[in-house]
Design a protein around this ligand. Sequence first.
Ligand code: C5P
Length: 233
Amino acid sequence: MRIAIDGPASSGKSSVGRLVAEELGFGFLDTGLLYRAITRRAIDLGWFPVPTTAAEVAGVAYDQVRRDLTELASATDAQGSGLSFTIVVDGTPLSDAQLEAADVELFVPAVASIESVRDALRAVQRSVATRGGSVLAGRDIGTVVLPDAECKIFLDATAEARASRRATQRGYAVGSAEHQAILASLIARDAEDRARPVAPLIAATDAITIYTDEIALTDVVKQVVAEARRVAR
Ligand code: C5P
């Protein structure tokens, strides 16, 4: 059984996915970490900012960055099992703290829009999903990575609700400058993820959409577990 959980940034995919996997004894992979890991490595290697002017994008420099990022993606692996995977890029393991940084969030949609990067990471994601029962969370799991997943969920919530949740998780006061920055970053990232031509953020036609604004995390988990048990019958 494979459970695909997609949705915009901070919609609760990772918290819900982990708890659902725990309840069912499945493995869990937050696929956003793969895109974040490549972005982190590229920033640390001094490859960013990527070319952004039309002339640069059309030129050789952009092709080179794209090739380099694809090479990094080909050298990326999710090591571990069950609920605990470590993302390793070219032999370097990356911690959650390294992957959550604001500079990663600024550049990750650009990295994730490169088709050859996505192709390389799809193989990693599918290999995790072949190891028994699995829950994968991301943007294109139900549409592209696991189009035959038995259970597909799309988690959604307003940007305001998602930003408040994220700010609270990180210990920032509601209405603080940090909270406003989180909201702006979420909105920008979602817009880029939805607009990209390759594997955009969109609900699969056969996904069940759950709006989480007004629902407690534990109730969302119950709904997903119930749906997984229903399709397994
Ligand atoms: O889920 P998370 O916020 O960690 O994802 C970081 C970024 O990785 C997203 O904004 C998106 O650009 C990219 N991503 C993706 N496809 C996935 C998971 C994440 O394009 N399946």
